[in-house]
Design a protein around this ligand. Structure first.
Ligand SMILES: [Zn+2]
Length: 293
């Protein structure tokens, strides 16, 4: 069976795996980018290619940033070694193989959709909750794509006088619905700074401040999801990423607030669910798009 080599490119390492048409991933591993340069990145891909057990039908690269499909150009402000590079062309030339590249959150959205919801749902939004707030949109069964990465949902502002975002604007959801946003909520309540995992541990022991912080986070997320619903009224909004692992502490607040504030005509039409593929969604989505699923 034909397989695609999926690469999920992170800040200092590449997660890779061979993915078949059913989304089954084998030979999954993480390869460190040893030298912090574009050559270092290419060397890491070479090492992955040399170690896989069969020649893949192609490569699907999930990129951490915006991507211009026509110009084959990456905008990766947080991963400068890739910024402005022509990754599709370079990998195609080096490995003499067909390469597909797209933004990682968009590919994760598509993976989650194709291998989870395609049979039952036509319109779906997927959001990743991690160091940022990203996502992708499935409209009429297809990933919404253009010559530039779409659905930069993390950069919709909920407060034009709010927190400064890395993009230059103020009040972006990226600053509120992310790991940093959750930390800030807890800091505002207690004056203390702790990470989300520690916050989860406190919440599991019934710590009121931690539970309050998670509830506030859930209400903020509800605001973001209500905004998304006003635009697309998707049948489903799914969320993944690191913070989705802590959903048990904010799901109730999220649901309650969402049902309160969603555009009245859409009430009861938008389901909110946790993603199921976890950190494999991007790899699965890259292969799904490559295979034309
Ligand atoms: Zn922003």
């Amino acid at each position: 069976m034909a397989k695609v080599l999926s690469l999920d490119i992170g800040a200092s390492s590449i997660k890779s795996g061979l993915v078949d048409i059913n989304g089954i991933i084998s030979e999954e591993k993480r390869t460190v980018i040893k030298e912090e340069s574009y050559n270092g990145f290419i060397d890491a891909v070479k090492s992955i290619m040399s170690e896989i057990s069969e020649k893949p039908a192609g490569i699907a690269a999930a990129l951490p940033g915006g991507y211009d499909i026509e110009k084959d150009e990456i905008f990766a402000p947080n991963l400068h070694i890739l910024n402005g590079k022509h990754i599709r062309n370079d990998l195609e030339n080096i490995f003499n193989i067909k390469v597909l590249a797209e933004n990682d959150a968009n590919l994760a959205a598509y993976g989650e959709y194709v291998f989870g919801d395609k049979k039952s749902v036509k319109n779906m939004v997927f959001c990743t909750l991690g160091s940022g707030f990203g996502g992708g949109l499935i409209l009429n069964g297809k990933l919404l794509q253009s010559n530039i990465t779409l659905f930069e949902i993390g950069h919709m502002s909920i407060d034009f006088h709010g927190r400064q975002c890395g993009c230059g604007r103020r009040g972006c959801l990226d600053e509120y619905c992310s790991t940093g946003g959750l930390k800030e909520i807890y800091k505002n309540i207690t004056g203390k700074e702790i990470n989300p995992v520690q916050l989860g541990e406190l919440a599991s022991k019934g710590d009121n401040y931690a539970l309050e912080a998670f509830s506030e986070y859930g209400r903020l997320l509800a605001g973001a999801f209500a905004n998304i619903s006003a635009l697309f009224c998707p049948e489903k909004i799914k969320f993944g990423g690191g913070l989705s692992e802590l959903a048990e502490y904010y799901m109730q607040a999220l649901d309650e607030e969402f049902n309160k504030i969603i555009f009245p005509a859409y009430k009861g039409r938008v389901k909110i669910e946790r993603a199921v593929l976890k950190n494999q969604a991007g790899m699965a989505g890259g292969a799904a798009l490559f295979f034309g699923l």
